[in-house]
Ligand binder design. Structure first.
Ligand SMILES: Nc1ncnc2c1ncn2[C@@H]1O[C@H](COP(=O)(O)OP(=O)(O)OP(=O)(O)O)[C@@H](O)[C@H]1O
Length: 359
């Protein structure tokens, strides 16, 4: 795969705040990458550095292998979409989408009303713009809405107009900053599909910034996990979920927070001879009379399709287990035994890094 857009050892400081620390990251041709991290970890700054809206304090930005660190955002032609759609309310959908083409393809004088009547050049260019807008509008199912103003559109439709406006520019890459955060659950699911489909149809490299792991896990080919200004792991959604490279990533990923058992004697869930922290996801633990780990139930919460038990093991460690079957549920105060498939255990050394658990 060809590298399209990269950060090479980039650091960005705002006064004494180091928002982005020595980040190297490559977005390849045609791939869909998610930049995932908690609020304030430096995701938006990373996008702005890529797009050319911020200059790095150190390091380089590369576009198609060329150093563009000092190039303007306009020269890079990278589409950057924000949480808010930033459409012009007084312009129609057609005019909003056509705007970047008009700015690029017509001079200030040629953009004046009426010039098409007297100039064949302007007429020809306007016909081209109309064709380009129609093609993109069709792709995003906006064909019937071209005469409306943004105020007459739903949130999802406004979002599609913003995508269309970015798309007509034929950008080098698409950077999307939390595009789903203003949407309700159903619209969010539809827009996820929309963005994925747009990516497939256009083949542009996409980088999606999100704090929502479900968005990242469900949409991206690769995920870059960012914590406190640093990229701590890059991998496929399955790798990130099943093989987190550190306790920090393991705790960040997963619908339910992973259980962590401190190093302890063999037995319990610890294999013989290890001094590792053992991570086990709440959905990977099960109740079993022969289970190696004894624990007391502290609370039980029914959530419809699943029940969450909070427990404490005999070494005092708090644990959670998610039950989805129809088993008889223990009550608070009961002592139970827990078992886990050895393949579901994650081992971490004292420095928090992943280590293989000896067989
Ligand atoms: N222009 C700025 N001046 C000073 N500090 C800034 C500036 N922009 C960002 N920061 C700081 O840099 C850090 C990273 O901010 P950034 O907006 O990149 O995070 P984020 O991960 O995108 O957060 P969110 O998900 O909340 O948007 C924060 O501590 C923020 O306060």
């Amino acid at each position: 795969m060809t590298a399209r857009l990269s950060l090479d050892g980039v650091t960005k400081r705002f006064g004494t705040t180091e928002a982005v620390r020595n980040v190297s990251l490559t977005l390849h041709d045609g791939e869909f990458m998610a930049l995932l991290g908690a609020s304030g970890c430096g995701k938006s700054t990373t996008l702005r550095l890529l797009a050319g809206l911020e200059a790095p304090s150190a390091g380089r930005v590369l576009l198609n292998g060329r150093d563009v660190t000092r190039d303007s955002a306009a020269a890079r032609n990278i589409a950057l979409m924000f949480q808010s759609y930033a459409l012009y309310p007084h312009l129609t959908v057609f005019q909003n989408i056509a705007l970047p083409l008009r700015m690029r393809g017509l001079s200030a004088v040629q953009r004046l009303p009426g010039t098409a009547l007297v100039s064949p050049v302007v007429r020809k260019r306007q016909a081209q713009i109309k064709a380009q807008v129609s093609q993109v509008a069709e792709m995003l199912r906006l064909g019937d809405l071209l005469a409306r103003k943004p105020g007459q559109l739903s949130g999802g439709q406004q979002q599609r107009v913003a995508l269309a406006r970015a798309l007509v520019r034929e950008p080098s890459a698409f950077l999307l900053d939390e595009p789903l955060s203003n949407l309700d659950t159903q619209l969010r699911a539809d827009t996820r599909d929309e963005i994925r489909a747009l990516h497939r149809r256009t083949g542009y490299p996409f980088l999606l910034v999100t704090h929502d792991q479900s968005d990242a896990l469900s949409m991206a080919d690769r995920i870059a996990v960012m914590i406190a200004g640093e990229i701590v792991q890059v991998g496929s959604p399955k790798e990130i979920f099943h093989r987190p490279q550190s306790i920090a990533v393991a705790e960040f990923i997963g619908h339910h927070r992973i259980n962590l058992l401190p190093p302890g004697p063999a037995g319990r869930l610890h294999p013989a001879g290890t001094r590792l922290w053992i991570g086990i996801r709440p959905e990977d633990l099960r109740l079993s009379p022969e289970g190696a780990l004894a624990a007391t139930v502290e609370s039980r919460a029914f959530h419809g399709e699943e029940t969450i038990l909070k427990l404490r093991d005999d070494a005092g460690t708090a644990l959670r287990i998610v039950l989805r079957g129809g088993e008889t549920l223990p009550n608070p105060g009961d002592t139970v035994r827990l078992a886990a498939n050895p393949a579901a255990l994650h081992g971490f050394g004292a420095d928090g890094r992943r280590e293989d658990i000896p067989a």
